[in-house]
Design a binder for this molecule. Sequence first.
Ligand SMILES: Cc1cc2nc3c(=O)[nH]c(=O)nc-3n(C[C@H](O)[C@H](O)[C@H](O)COP(=O)(O)OP(=O)(O)OC[C@H]3O[C@@H](n4cnc5c(N)ncnc54)[C@H](O)[C@@H]3O)c2cc1C
Length: 410
Amino acid sequence: MDFAHPPETQALIDQLEAFMAAEILPRARPWREAGLAGEYPPFIGEIQAGAKAAGLWNLAIPNLPDDAPGTRLTNSQFAPLAEIMGRVMGASKAFNCHPPDVPNMIMLADAATPDQRRAFLGPLLEGQTQSAFAMTEPAVASSDAGNIATTIRRDGGEYVISGRKWYISGGKAADVHLVMGVTDPDARAGRRQSVIIVPANAPGIRIIRPSTFLGFVEPGAGAYEIAYEDVRVPAANLLGSEGDGFRLGQVRLGPARVHHCMRAIGHCETLIELMLQRAQERRAFGQAIAEYDSIQHMIARSRMELNQARLLTWKCAWALDQSDWKAARQDVSIIKVAVTETYQRIADRAIQVFGAMGGGADTPIADAFAWARALRIFDGPDEVHLRQIYRFEPKPEGLLKDSPHIMPQE
Ligand SMILES: Cc1cc2nc3c(=O)[nH]c(=O)nc-3n(C[C@H](O)[C@H](O)[C@H](O)COP(=O)(O)OP(=O)(O)OC[C@H]3O[C@@H](n4cnc5c(N)ncnc54)[C@H](O)[C@@H]3O)c2cc1C
């Protein structure tokens, strides 16, 4: 076992840390203020150009097409880089490593036709356009993809999309929507849905209102409720074949979940650093609060739990590199629950250490708490992942099953 990064990954880590220190950390405050308004900062284009020129571009797409700008990295190589980007919420946008674009690009790279690649994937890979993935619906429990009710109906050379979605990240700024809906209600479960590519300027798309969570808009992308009212697109816009929707959803959700966890670890490092600084500066009852065991324990527990979360995440990244999202399903569900719970606990402790200021607008702590809480719902609520973890747990066999000394036999 070797926890040291290979030299080429270490070189990228050093380069990325230097870029973050020079270009992003000094502008973390305006970055965050724009994020709280559901936007990216006005200087994002300039920073993206610098990141692209430095070769820090499209690092999160293992199936990056050969002719695309960027570096094809494994999940294990990307893990420490995502963590560094995660230290400032939304910073991954600078490197075109941001959701929902990255999982959407992975899905397009998996299934798009050559024409679809040229029209939709190419501009995303260049950072010229933005995208949204529209699955969740207000009218049905959307953690069960089988419930999705938006219809995608074939009409001659076109498909007609009708339905309502909400909590769609990037739904307002997106140039292209990847919409999940039903193409064949009579097909067997798992083959009823499809994904269709809908340009944002297609007539019939109506942005209804922002979808907030705990009063926050999603940092950067913003999430929106959207109506698709008889939206017509060419039949050639179907991604893959009719009935591929469930499989395509899984292709994109695996990396989406793992990258969220990787970035959350970086944000937890920021929270621990903030706690350490505040605890040393703030004095109560005659001493720095860092002198109190209770405060030290909060920081120590945060460090222990964060290191555990990181090891689980690296293991999951490695498992994904060995095969694909199918074989790594249990590992992905484990980190989706474990890392997001850790993130929420660390954000909660940071609020406690900061006192009232921890819940205010002057630090990123309250945003972290809201985001950690949202992460326990989106890309699959905890309960769905716990169920998945249980289902993949091998049933007792071998030593335990056959030993009357361990398990009494009838
Ligand atoms: C900030 C944010 C961004 C989002 N971005 C997007 C996006 O870009 N695109 C998109 O399509 N969606 C997005 N979502 C929506 C998100 O993916 C859904 O909210 C999520 O899948 C859950 O669906 P639901 O809200 O319909 O909850 P429901 O399906 O109604 O579930 C409600 C609750 O039921 C319980 N439950 C469900 N299933 C089980 C089970 N098997 N066992 C036990 N309990 C269960 C859980 O407690 C769950 O929280 C986003 C959400 C947020 C908060």
